[in-house]
Design a binder for this molecule. Structure first.
Ligand SMILES: Nc1nc2c(ncn2[C@@H]2O[C@H](COP(=O)(O)OP(=O)(O)OP(=O)(O)O)[C@@H](O)[C@H]2O)c(=O)[nH]1
Ligand SMILES: [Mg+2]
Length: 481
């Protein structure tokens, strides 16, 4: 037997772990897969509403949650256990819409919430309420989807789950999923086949084997279908004698039982947090990959590529074949400043247009909002103008700088052999082309960052959660030693 003594700082450490879970920003997890927020909320809820109160007040009555499909007779059983008609029952499905807590007079008089779920509280004197608080839950399988959420939240906070199925509808899938949730959390489960008709042995053994398959060793309780006389919403006391006995058995050694339950819930919850951290780390890796993919897409949209751009072809007659005639020819065809400016303006407009179209195509392909583009055409314009400035500086010392500027731009963009001949070889063309590429890289890198930002790929930081988990584990081991 492993004892869970109330350790000095364990509830405090657990509170901090819950805070770390509550303050995690998990919106980004939905981008690359399943949103982990519900799981995170569930773990924080179990810590705050189950583990911390149990460790702080170990003497509190056990919370017995009666759950199951609609019409299985949960409310009738709860009324029968309490000996009072408190929970409405009825032929209309579903009947119980708000969870109902049956507690001993003097407790929960100001109302009660379980895991944030508001419950109707009925107070009574039934002896069973001395040791336990009974909770009648809405069904887990009707058309009202929120009923299931409420029932699951209550199950997440139960010490004992009475899992009620009727002889008619025990084989549906949903109740078993819910049962698994209770088991995975570590709660004690009492499986009840209610409203069992005489001679329904096959159903009983079928139900029993389903229960065993889920790993429950305790035997199934069978509550036979009874004639409900008059307006009473209870089955005869005899019918639930075995269920009452089972609950009393648990209540008798409740201290030991509760310690066991807290221990189990603690282990499954800490495992859950560990699992969550693992998933978050995996998600963070996927988000990093996604961000890199977006940056790559933007960067490669800004690459000049190898294809020649005929619109940047040089506008002069072909230069002479004989190299010694080249110098005179250059002086002859040197464009006027106005002609060069005109030609550069046309090249600039076309180049800016091409690059803007590419930037727009990336934005569209990433399904990002068009606002990502705002300011980008101006940046492209500036990059191209800045490049022209660089080209002019580079060729300033040549005897025909305007012709050289035109040739350099043309060679860089149009892969123009004529232009290379004017420049006496391709190396200058390569240099000015690399310069333009560097300027475009800056613009498209900026666009990539903008797209990453708009995709809201937030950082997932698990450091605090990991630290808190370690602190709880240390404090827990210390308490357990
Ligand atoms: N004859 C007979 N009717 C029963 C028995 N148990 C429950 N009923 C009836 O079956 C119907 C459903 O019972 P409830 O106790 O309301 O079932 P529930 O599981 O609480 O249903 P929800 O609140 O909808 O989830 C009611 O009309 C009950 O009177 C029984 O043992 N015998
Ligand atoms: Mg009910």
């Amino acid at each position: 037997m492993v004892a869970v003594r109330r350790p000095h700082r364990l509830p405090d450490e657990l509170g901090r772990l819950a805070s770390a879970l509550e303050t995690l920003d998990l919106r980004a997890t939905a981008i690359v897969g399943e949103d982990l927020t519900p799981e995170c909320d569930r773990l924080a809820g179990v810590i705050r509403s189950y583990l911390v109160p149990r460790l702080d007040n170990p003497g509190e009555p056990l919370l017995v949650v009666v759950a199951g499909p609609t019409g299985s007779g949960k409310s009738t059983l709860v009324n029968s256990l309490a000996g009072l008609d408190l929970s409405p029952t009825g032929p209309l499905r579903p009947t119980t819409k708000t969870p109902l807590v049956l507690a001993r007079t003097g407790r929960h008089e100001a109302g009660m919430t379980v895991g944030g779920v508001e419950c109707v509280v009925c107070l009574g004197e039934a002896p069973i309420l001395e040791h336990m608080t009974l909770v009648d839950t809405p069904d887990i399988d009707s058309t009202a989807a929120d009923h299931r959420v409420v029932a699951e939240t209550l199950i997440d906070h139960a010490d004992i789950v009475v899992f009620v199925c009727s002889g008619l509808r025990y084989a549906d899938a949903v109740p078993w999923e819910v049962l698994r949730r209770a088991l995975s959390r570590g709660a004690a489960v009492i499986p009840v086949l209610n409203r069992a008709l005489p001679g329904a042995e096959a159903a009983l053994s079928d139900f029993r084997s389903l229960v065993r398959k889920e790993g429950i060793d305790d035997d199934v309780l069978r509550v036979p279908e009874h004639h409900l006389a008059g307006p009473a919403h209870q089955v005869p006391s005899l019918a639930i004698r075995e269920l009452r006995r089972r609950l009393y058995d648990i209540a008798r050694d409740r201290d030991v039982r509760q310690r066991e339950m807290v221990y189990r819930v603690m282990n499954t919850t800490l495992d859950g947090v560990r699992g969550l951290i693992g998933e978050l780390e995996e998600t963070a890796r996927l988000l990093d990959d996604l961000a890199e993919e977006i940056r790559d897409a933007a960067r490669s949209a800004g690459r000049l590529g190898e294809e020649p751009r005929p619109w940047a072809g040089i506008e002069v007659p072909a230069p002479p074949e004989k190299p010694w005639r080249l110098r005179r020819w250059r002086r002859r065809v040197e464009p006027s400043p106005a002609d060069l400016a005109l030609w550069l303006r046309r090249v600039a407009d076309t180049l800016t247009g091409e690059m803007t179209t590419r930037a727009r195509a990336v934005v569209v392909s990433r399904r990002a909002p068009m606002v990502a583009l705002s300011g980008v055409p101006i940046l492209i314009d500036e990059a191209v103008d800045g490049w022209f400035g660089h080209v002019r500086e580079t060729v300033a010392a040549t005897p025909t700088p305007r012709l050289a500027a035109m040739a350099a731009v043309s060679a860089a963009l149009a892969s123009e052999p004529v232009a290379e001949r004017i420049l006496d070889g391709p190396s200058l063309a390569g240099e000015v082309r690399a310069h333009l590429q560097r300027r475009l890289d800056v613009v498209f890198t900026h666009l990539g960052e903008r797209l990453v930002e708009l995709a809201e790929i937030g950082e997932i930081d698990t450091a605090e959660l990991t630290r808190r988990l370690e602190a709880v584990t240390r404090s827990y081991q210390f308490a357990d030693a």
